[in-house]
Ligand binder design. Sequence first.
Ligand code: NAD
Length: 252
Amino acid sequence: DRLRLDGKVAYVTGGGQGIGRAFAHALGEAGAKVAIVDLVLAKAEVVAEELSLKGIKNMAIGADVSKPEDVQRILDAIVARWGTVHIACNNAGINMNSASEDTSLEEWDKTFNVNLRGLFLCCQAAGRIMLKQGYGKIINTASMASLIVPHPQKQLAYNASKAGVVKLTQTLGTEWIDRGVRVNCISPGIVDTPLIHSEDLKPLVQRWLTNIPAGKLAQVTDLQAAVVYLASEASDYMTGHNLAIEGGQSLW
Ligand code: NAD
C-alpha cells in the first residue's frame, strides 16, 4: 500500500495543538514514528501521550523553530533516536492581526520569524539529511491566504509570509526533486483550531464564514489524508505543489 508510512521517521512542528496535532496523529496512524515539536514542550508531551496510547512510537521536543540552534537540536534529537528523518512537516505558524497602517515592525518580524525564517531553517536542516540519503518528503503548511486575500483584511504580515511559504516550497521542490526530496505545501482554509478562537481573530471569523462556498469551517480531520498522501510514496511525482483544502473559498 503506497499510502503506508511504516518504518518512516517524521516530525511535525507546531504539533502541540490544532492542525499539527492532527497531522501527528495521521502520520502515526499511517505507520510513521513521529516527533512532536512545539514551542511549548508540555503541549507536545500531551500529544505524545495520545500517540503512545495508540501504540505509535513518538518523542516530544520543545523548540522554537525561529532559532537555528533549536532547529539543529530538533534534527539532532531525531537522528540520535531514530537514525534519520524521512518526513518533515513544517507547520508551526502564528497569525497576528492589525490594520496595515498600524502593523508594527515587531509584529512583522515575529510573524516572518516563525512563519518563514523558521520554515527555511527546518527545510534546510531536514533537507540536508534527506539529500544525503536521496529520499525525503517535506510538507509545509501555507494558507489559503497564499492564494487570495481573505476578506476582511488586516493580515498583511501573515498573508505576505504565507505567500513566501509557497514560493519557498516551489523553489526547493524543483531544486531538490532530482535528488529524491519532494517539497509540497498544504493551504488550509479556515480551520476550527485554537488559533482562530484567539481574541484577535474571533470577530473576523464570523465574516469569513459568509465567504466559504462549503458554508462551514474546515475541521482538522479534513486535512489529515492530504498530509499522509504528501508524506507517502504515492505522491512521489508531486513537488512544489500548493494543495488547497478550503471548501472552495479561494475560488470566490
Ligand atoms: P495553533 O495556534 O492552534 O497551533 C500552532 C502551534 O504552533 C501551537 O501549539 C504553538 O505553540 C506552536 N508554535 C507557535 N510558534 C512556534 C514556534 N516558534 N516554534 C514551534 N512551535 C510554535 O495553529 P493552527 O491553526 O493549528 O495552525 C497551524 C498552521 O496552519 C499555521 O502555520 C497556520 O498559519 C496554518 N493555518 C491555519 C489556519 C486556521 O484556520 N487555523 C488556516 C490556514 C493556515
